[in-house]
Design a protein around this ligand. Sequence first.
Ligand SMILES: [Zn+2]
Ligand SMILES: [Zn+2]
Ligand SMILES: [Zn+2]
Length: 762
Amino acid sequence: MSVATRRRARVRVEGTVQGVGFRPYVHRLAGELGLAGYVLNDSRGVLLEIEGSSDAVASFLARVGPDAPPLAVLDSLTVVEREPTGDDGFEIRPSPHGERADVPVAPDSATCDDCLLELLDPSDRRYRYPFINCTNCGPRFTIVRGVPYDRPLTTMAGFEMCDECRAEYEDPSDRRFHAQPNACPRCGPSLSLLDSEGRAVARSEAALPAAVDALRGGAVVAIKGLGGYHLACRADDDAAVGALRARKHREDKPFALMVGSLGDAERLVHLGDAERALLSGPQRPIVLAPRLAEAPVAQSVAPGAVELGVMLPYSPLHHLLLGDFGAGALVMTSGNVSDEPIAYRDEDAVQRLGAIADLLLVHDRAIETRTDDSVARVVASRRPLFVRRSRGYVPAALTLPGGTLRPVLGCGAELKNTFCLARGSRAWVGHHIGDLENYETLESFTEGIAHFERLFAVAPEVVAHDLHPEYLSTKYALERDGVELIGVQHHHAHLAACLAEHGELGTAVGAIFDGSGYGTDSTVWGGELLVGDVGDFRRAGHLAAVRLPGGERAIREPWRVACAWLMAAGATPPRVLRELVPERRWAQVAGLVQSGVASPLTTSMGRLFDAVSALCGLRTVVNYEGQAAIELEAACDPHERGRYPIGLDSVDGVLVIDPRELIREACADVAAGVGAGVVASRFHATIAAVTVDSCSALAEATGTDTVVLSGGVFLNRRLLESACAGLDARGLRALTPERLPIGDGGVSYGQAAVAARRMAAA
Ligand SMILES: [Zn+2]
Ligand SMILES: [Zn+2]
Ligand SMILES: [Zn+2]
């Protein structure tokens, strides 16, 4: 090769390019093309230089992006020409001293196709090995104890690699080069099957077939997964599902299902392209999709729900389990009792799940961080909507538009808590912690924050928190020493989270509807029309306020809110509602509404849905959060096109949505024997319409075309889709959260974004 045709290029790659096999991939590609040079990880991502014939360099540059490993996400790739040095050989160099990786830990990822082939190949040395993995797949976040992400700092530390595994691990041309959890049947973790007392009844290869036999026979089996334990039973067996419900103390909250393939999923639910992509992606969330009438699952799997939550196998153990079990679906619900956090430590699992499960299928690779399954659905035929973002997504970074001057921690909300750490232009939203109401969740909150601070080298100087003084996340913030505190209003955090996620720094209108959030006037907000940007906001409108008789109790007993709204509207309670509530209790609660004793004022949209669900006689007492609204949505008659009148008034320059006429007419309908499905449909259409009307009025007054829809009430597909369509028809751009939960799981990122903007403005 003549020097004249020789070319050298320096390539800078940014994005998710560390811990995903990018360097060995570059090494292989360079080798294939006969190029010299080096590749290394540094604090910005991957840096590499290549030298060789200009044809080979050109072909490298053309392929390096498109052929990248499946878990790599390239945000940018820039090329600078260099003077050829006459180098030969290509090497993977260590990271520059003192620099630390920005993305040291990737999310857990579903078994890749290459591993799956080996798993099912009788001639492979890992045939049917439940812990097979490689650089392109397997556990990551859930096994990491510290950084750098290296085997000794994972829960694989206790397993010494055999010679064959070690050779793969050290060979840059091997798919298992630096795959930290690399293992085989000779040197890695193995399965055991325990009885409910924790005694082993089968080991290694014998454990799985015995578990499958038990499942076929209708047993409940606890199964250790990537981020915690599941409780499994066959989904078509009413007795098995019923037993699981009774032992778990879960009355009617839907159970998730696992099936072996997309084809099996399509026997249960209706799937569009976006759902299929979401289901089979490496993150493998539970996908909520419309249930097929003929779905072969027991009624008790998801009573009263129009959707089923379905997921595909994401670990090799799941693949073997579902493969051996056959074509049917398994219930795979979180391994816990009632509302406790999911079990993930082995001793704890036997203790807590022994009373529920007949058997426990366990293994000896520890789970470091409890990470629940993520839950998502697709709305408006393409947008992903997260109910919960955890396993498979965490700890992937999000961009913080505009960046933050100082490292910041967002402590999140009280329910469905997540926390968020941010440094520079990156934000890391933690795993789903849950409701901060007991010692265990509070502990995983504080430990989770400390873990992330170490993993991502963020030492928060600013701590953003909710305004609610009683939230444990607020109290945690107030107790942190030597930091600057920034209080962020709950609904503003929802608005800011959605804007920041979309990189939108301008002013927008936000309809933020949820159960409750502490307002700047110390009342309970929840049906809010905001105008603002990431840094600041004003309350431009809200739902009319009503009493919440008995406070928290009214959340569990929607008939109480119905009572308050009926009184506010001067409506007569329909007989179907009065028959469900004892006369004496109705009178007591009416007294509370009248006196205001123990009955704070609220503008909560979530509670209005509860009230309507109760006044139709659908649900007067809930067994899980959101049940009344979920059942109201499920009841909707799809053919009904009517609406109710609803007030939209300007009071001192603030829009007030006044549903009293709606309540009166809905009551009259129910009293006249109109079906709950028709009432529910009319109610949904009315709220969607008033949302569109109020948002477009505010958008016009503000001079913006951007409207954010967020808050837990918008988990309601019917409401969200019709509001989006309505805004669309008015030429407005409807933004919804697509990468973080629309409910309170997105609040921590919003808090961090608000704090960052305020710092920049100060
Ligand atoms: Zn793999
Ligand atoms: Zn081995
Ligand atoms: Zn909220």
